[in-house]
Ligand binder design. Structure first.
Ligand code: PRT
Ligand code: ZN
Length: 284
C-alpha cells in the first residue's frame, strides 16, 4: 500500500515540494523527466503533473494527496480537503494600474476593463465591493495588457513586484494572498489515511523547526529567572553550570518571528555570548 502524491512537474512549486519531502526524509529521483516515480524511503508514489491539473487528479482519486497553490484552488474549486499550509510558493494576487491612473479606491474600477487569468477570484472581489467592471480573461502576459490598449488595469500574481514595475504598473489592491497547500481527496481512510498522518507529522516537525531557532547564552546564575522569563523554551530552558563559578549556560528554543526583540531583552537581562543555531527537526 502506497500513498499517492501529485506534485508539480516543473515550475515554482516543484523545488519547494521536493525540498519539503527531502527534509521529511523522503527522497526520490525525477531524472529523465519521468511522470511517475516512487520513494525508496517511504511508501510514496509520486506523479509529476501541471499544477492546474493536480486538484482534478486528487478530487478524482487518481492521487490521494497533492501540492497546489491557493490561487489555483480558489479560481477552480474542486472537492478536495486542504490539509496543511506549506509556507512556500508565496505570492499575492493584486490589481495594478498604469502609473498615470489616478487611483482613489476600488470604485475607480467601475466600468473599466481589467485583464486577468483569474476571472472568478477577481469577479468575487469586485462583487464584494459592489463594483461592476469588465473582466477581460487572458491566459498569459497579463502585465502588458494596459500598454497595448487591451485593458485599463490588470489583476495578476505578484511576488517581488519587479514585473509590474518594469511594465509601468503600480499595485493598488491585494485581492488574495496565496501559498502552497497540501490537499487530500475526500474521505481518505484506512492505511492511506495512516500514511498521510505519518507524513503530516513529519511536515509539521519540519515546519516547526524552520520557525524556531536554538539559542545558547551565558549569564550570571542570579539572572536566570529574568532570562527564563524571556525564554519559555519547549518546556523550560536547560541550565548548565559553567566552569567559572556563579555562571551558567542557558539553552532554549526561540520563535523566529519575535527573535530580535527577545535578543534585545536577553541582553538587557545580562546575557552574554549568545549563539543562535538553526534546527533540523522539532518533534513535539
Ligand atoms: O506548468 P504549470 O502549469 O505547472 O506551471 P505554471 O506556469 O502555471 O505555474 P508557475 O510554476 O509559474 O507558478 C505556480 C504558482 O506559483 C502560481 O500559481 C503562484 O501561486 C505561485 N507564484 C509565486 C507565482 C509567483 N510567485 C510569481 N511571481 N506565480 C507566478 N508569478 C509570476 C507572475 O504571474 C508575474 O508574471 O511572476 C511574475 C511576477 O513576479 P515578480 O517577482 O516580478 O512580482
Ligand atoms: Zn499552471
Amino acid at each position: 500500500m502506497k500513498l499517492k502524491i501529485a506534485l508539480q512537474k516543473s515550475g515554482r512549486l516543484a523545488e519547494g515540494s521536493t525540498e519539503m519531502l527531502r527534509k521529511c526524509g523522503i527522497g526520490f529521483s525525477n531524472g529523465g523527466g519521468k511522470l511517475r516515480t516512487e520513494s525508496e524511503d517511504f511508501p510514496l508514489e509520486i506523479f509529476f503533473l501541471r499544477d492546474d491539473d493536480i486538484p482534478d487528479y486528487v478530487a478524482d482519486g487518481v492521487a490521494d494527496i497533492g501540492v497546489v497553490v491557493e490561487n489555483v484552488l480558489a479560481e477552480n474549486p474542486k472537492k478536495v480537503e486542504i490539509v496543511e499550509k506549506l509556507g512556500f510558493g508565496r505570492c499575492r494576487l493584486s490589481i495594478a494600474v498604469p502609473k498615470v491612473f489616478e487611483y482613489g479606491d476600488v470604485n475607480d474600477f467601475a466600468g473599466r476593463r481589467i485583464a486577468t487569468s483569474y476571472p472568478k477570484i477577481l469577479g468575487e472581489f469586485l462583487a464584494k465591493h459592489k463594483v461592476t467592471a469588465d473582466i477581460h480573461q487572458i491566459s498569459g502576459s497579463v502585465e502588458i495588457a494596459p500598454s497595448i490598449g487591451l485593458a485599463d488595469a490588470v489583476c495578476d500574481l505578484v511576488s517581488s513586484g519587479s514585473t509590474l514595475f518594469s511594465n509601468g504598473l503600480r499595485e493598488v489592491e491585494t485581492v488574495m494572498n496565496s501559498e502552497a497547500v497540501l490537499i487530500s481527496r475526500m474521505g481518505l481512510d484506512g492505511s492511506v489515511a495512516e500514511l498521510l498522518a505519518k507524513l503530516l507529522f513529519r511536515i509539521r516537525s519540519v515546519q516547526a523547526a524552520s520557525q524556531n531557532k536554538y539559542i545558547l547564552l551565558n549569564a550570571p546564575k542570579g539572572n536566570v529567572p529574568e532570562i527564563s522569563a524571556v525564554l519559555p523554551g519547549m518546556r523550560s530552558p536547560t541550565i548548565v553550570p559553567l566552569a567559572e563559578p556563579g555562571w551558567v549556560s542557558v539553552h532554549s528554543v526561540i520563535s523566529e518571528h519575535d527573535f530580535w526583540d527577545r535578543v534585545d531583552s536577553l541582553k538587557s537581562a545580562g546575557a552574554e555570548g549568545i549563539l543562535v543555531l538553526s534546527i533540523e527537526q522539532m518533534i513535539r
